[in-house]
Write a protein that binds this ligand. Structure first.
Ligand code: DOR
Ligand code: ZN
Length: 348
């Protein structure tokens, strides 16, 4: 197979940031993707519908002419989030999801949730109105090994929330373990998971073996190979509960190549091409469209995009930029370590 035409994909988890970084990274998402769930972990975070409306305007004004792209806005859940404001944002069509960050779990999560019981009134309202909760599924307990934080989160936080709010629509974001995959599979279809491009490609050796490679460091951190294989199996299985969320998360290169480097992998430029490699290697090109373009809209109760893109397999490797400049530095692009032969172009 050398070409594959599919519905235009969506990215169900992305970080655009703001200002100069937003301007630099947005075009790389809006080139290939029709919509994206935009993460709210700005400084300060996007907490109210007024914040989300203002951020949406800033995104739209950074959008290149001719790009057909719709940002899907999210709210950053805090222990003082107002359920009425959330409901209003949802009913107005502005808010597509609410994001739960356990306080301290990751980049800009200091204002996140310390005690999940304190947000139960908001979760109850979300369950009533059908608004999805996107979850960063890691405990922050320093006693828990960083490689176990997702599995322990499922047991300590996710399972009790699920039990208390059976109708709540939950997306386990950037699932990285077989435990996460198995948990989602054990639940009804109102529990889903996004999977990133990089977690389908790298395991923890990429970060730690033969030298420390900060551009592969993200949260949740990549796990051992058996977990990666479980993710590939889930993504390529055709199970509609799994769909693409790149978690493309730009940080300036100098802040990643540091004694205490930031977490995040920037993959929006070559995400579709890398996925084509993964699905091709798994003999599952016929399931790529479900993962990137159909399962996500079905979960979010939206129509798939009507436009199409074509993935083209070139005889020679395609050169993707190694970095993306912005006013203030550069952002390093995800390197899958293998040559990329695929390219994503508008369908003709
Ligand atoms: O690696 C990550 N980077 N994981 C997250 O959860 C947040 C993200 C970011 O915002 O940089
Ligand atoms: Zn993220």
């Amino acid at each position: 197979m050398t070409t594959l035409t599919i519905r235009r994909p969506d990215d169900w988890h992305v970080h655009f940031r703001d200002g100069a970084v937003l301007e630099a990274v947005l075009p790389h998402t809006s080139k290939d993707f029709g919509r994206a769930i935009v993460m709210p972990n700005l400084v300060p975070p996007v907490v109210t519908t007024a914040d989300a409306e203002a951020y949406r305007r800033r995104i739209l004004s950074a959008l290149p002419d001719g790009h057909d792209f719709r940002p899907l806005m999210t709210l950053y859940l805090t222990e003082t989030t107002d359920a009425d404001d959330v409901e209003k944002g949802f009913r107005d069509g502005l808010i597509s999801a609410v994001k739960l960050y356990p306080a301290g779990a990751t980049t800009n999560s200091q204002s996140g949730v310390r005690d999940v019981a304190r947000v139960y009134p908001v979760l109850e309202r979300m369950a009533e109105i059908g608004l999805p909760l996107c979850v960063h599924g890691e405990v922050t307990d320093p006693d828990i090994d960083i490689f176990d934080r997702e599995a322990v989160f499922i047991e300590r936080v996710l399972a009790p929330v699920r039990q208390r709010f059976p109708a709540l629509r939950i997306v386990m974001e950037h699932v990285t373990t077989k435990d996460g995959v198995d948990y989602v599979r054990s639940q009804a279809e109102n529990t889903a998971a996004t999977i990133t491009v990089h977690h389908l490609i790298i395991n923890r050796n990429a970060i730690l073996a033969g030298g420390i490679r900060p551009h592969y460091y993200c949260l949740p951190v990549a796990k051992r190979e058996s977990h990666r294989l479980a993710l590939v199996e889930a993504a390529t299985s055709g199970d509609a509960r799994f769909f693409l969320g790149t978690d493309s998360a730009p940080h300036p290169t100098h802040l990643k190549e540091a004694a205490c480097g930031c977490a995040g992998v920037f993959s929006s430029i070559n995400a579709m091409a890398c996925l084509a490699e993964v699905f091709e290697a798994a003999g599952a090109m016929d399931r790529l469209e479900g993962f990137t373009s159909l399962n996500g809209p079905a979960f979010y109760r939206m129509e798939p995009n009507t436009a199409e893109v074509t993935l083209v397999r070139r005889p020679e490797p395609v050169a993707y930029p190694a970095t993306v400049p912005f006013d203030g530095g550069a952002i390093t692009v995800f390197d899958p370590i293998f040559p990329i032969h695929w390219e994503c172009v508008p369908a003709r």
